[in-house]
Design a protein around this ligand. Sequence first.
Ligand code: 4GM
Length: 275
Amino acid sequence: MLKIDVITLFPEMIENAVSHGVLGQALKGDLLSVHAHTPREFATDKHKTVDDRPFGGGDGMIMLSETLEKSLLKVKHNTSKVIYLSPQGSVLTDEKARQLSQAEHLVLICGRYGGIDQRIINTYVDEEISIGDYVLSGGELGALVVIDALSRFIPGVLGHADSADQDSFSQGLLEHPNYTRPRQYLDQEVPEVLLSGNHKLIVEWKEKVSALVTLKKRPDLFKEYIKVEREKYHALKKKKTAEPLKELLKFWQQMSLQDRKVLGLQGLNEEDFHD
Ligand code: 4GM
């Protein structure tokens, strides 16, 4: 079972957030564990000081090394992977989250705005991770994002075993739009195929729609996807379909204006299919 210890000045922020929804169920079911620890328990002065102003001046407060190190040594062992959430880290991806879900023990360090002493990073941190190019008032929301994203790759956390494989990014594509009852709503009708009961047809349709959504919203991801599909296609001996990009263009051309609208694909043009 993956064990996660979070070092933070705001342990309630972590404990509260992980107690809800899918993550809360996963903790109850012992599929993973999350515990928060505060360096404040090691503060010895009467004000329980845990941070201080940076040498040389500057914005924000820096967590004091001694109390932080004591917290770290309380939870860390030989095989622990120590991660520091910071805007300087490599940006979290679904693939990174999947890798982290394979670890045995993670220690997540949350700094305050201003961060932690560089010497703690030098000595203890194995990996610096950022959740995106923006600054937060502390690393806690980053740690929670990491925990949430990786938990989806732990078997049993999602409904069926393979849910995470079907999600956005797993094939390099965004998800197709989804609909539930009623069939007719706000003058828009659920695409016919989804009601057909033809499973094979639905799977193929969903992948094509996913590709179109990705082409429209994330042309950078689409480029990668179509490159991979082309390589697969050219490796085939008997070719039953047209070249992937041509096949997708054909699919889009045959789609009714009504379906384009209900799928949110208006604004896609024939030119978008050329590279
Ligand atoms: C500055 C330096 C992580 C601020 C170090 C933490 C954003 C992220 C902090 C720090 C953070 C991020 C704390 N803000 N983009 N704030 O993942 O730890």
